[in-house]
Write a protein that binds this ligand. Structure first.
Ligand code: FAD
Length: 289
């Protein structure tokens, strides 16, 4: 079985990847186990597990990763943020993942810690994801994923500058990238073209957030600088009084978004699953992947 995600991506024409978040409670843990079970029939390319900035959920991420590795047929990728970390803590985490048989890391900077006033990135041992990528490359062993932003990152309004920074971290050793969520595929197609023009050749998987609740999506989108197209607002707003109808409309929109990607030759999709297997099953059941 291939264990490095870049080899899996290179050897598969199509497929889906699932991103989970670490549960906080016992019932959440049971639900994650059930989710992983329910989705394994879709033979995911890999499963990734998010990580709280500042190490807030480091233990929970480790526990959830440990749980997923029990599925022998799942290739697992923990996310790792470097904001507030030092090399000693990073090495200790990498050593433990390596012992556990993990071969992939999603290397991220993370966001400014919420409770810290005047947080100064420049005073950190790791200022940017770039520093973690370099560190990981030097450590060896791991296949490295990074995040990219088709609509730009909130701290870097200029798209060209953002792409230049992304290229630096990719050139430092990233094997593949996953995008921030987007709801209008034109941003992704445009990003792929701009990345290609800049000489970026690694696989860039689209990050797909299933649409279920418009208020929540608006909240995520405002934090992440993601545009909510009029078509999405119009179709979901109609069902403000009925959450299950709104979810139905949202799932239809997500299916349409994925179908358009597939039609345009994008056949490997990374889903932010929200640990909700029923929604994922409905979406995947409608797609030819
Ligand atoms: P970077 O690549 O370091 O970029 C951060 C900012 O710095 C950008 O604005 C960039 O343009 C700018 N920049 C980069 N280099 C320079 C430079 N040399 N000089 C000046 N500016 C520079 N967060 C979590 O906490 N946990 C997760 O598990 C998690 N998973 C994610 C998964 C995906 C697919 C995505 C897209 C995001 C995820 N995030 C996660 C969010 C991420 O941590 C934030 O978006 C964070 O603000 C940026 O992280 P990054 O790794 O992209 O940072």
């Amino acid at each position: 079985m291939l264990m490095k995600i870049i080899d899996i991506l290179n050897q598969n024409q199509k497929g889906v990847a699932f991103e989970f978040f670490p549960p906080k409670t016992e019932s959440g843990r049971r639900s994650l186990a059930a989710t992983a079970d329910a989705l394994k029939d879709f033979k995911p390319l890999y499963a990734s597990m998010t990580y709280g900035a500042g190490g807030a959920t480091q233990e929970k991420t480790k526990q959830a990763v440990h749980m997923l590795t029990k599925h022998k047929d799942l290739v697992v990728m923990p996310h790792m943020t470097c904001v507030g970390a030092d090399s000693k803590s990073v090495i200790s985490l990498l050593d433990s993942y390596r012992q556990e048989g993990i071969d992939n890391i999603m290397a991220l900077r993370g966001d400014v810690p919420e409770l810290v006033e005047d947080f100064d990135f420049s005073k950190q041992e790791f200022c940017f994801a770039l520093d973690l990528v370099k560190f990981l490359k030097n450590y060896g062993h791991f296949c490295i994923g990074v995040a990219v932003y088709p609509e730009g990152h909130i701290e870097t309004p200029c798209l060209d500058t953002g792409l230049e920074y992304a290229k630096r971290k990719i050139d430092s050793g990233a094997d593949f990238a996953v995008t921030q969520m987007f709801f209008d595929n034109k941003y992704y197609y445009d990003f792929l073209q701009r990345a290609k023009n800049k000489g970026i050749n690694i696989p860039i998987l689209p990050g797909i957030l299933p649409l279920t609740n418009l208020d929540k999506v608006k909240q995520f989108a405002s934090i992440c600088k993601t545009t909510i197209p009029k078509k999405v607002r119009d179709r979901m707003e109609k069902f403000e009084a009925n959450s299950s109808d709104m979810q139905k409309a949202g799932i239809e929109l997500t299916i349409e978004q994925c179908q358009d990607l597939i039609k345009n030759g994008v056949k490997k999709l990374h889903f932010f699953t929200l640990n909700k297997p029923e929604i994922m099953k409905e979406i995947l059941g409608a797609l030819d992947l």
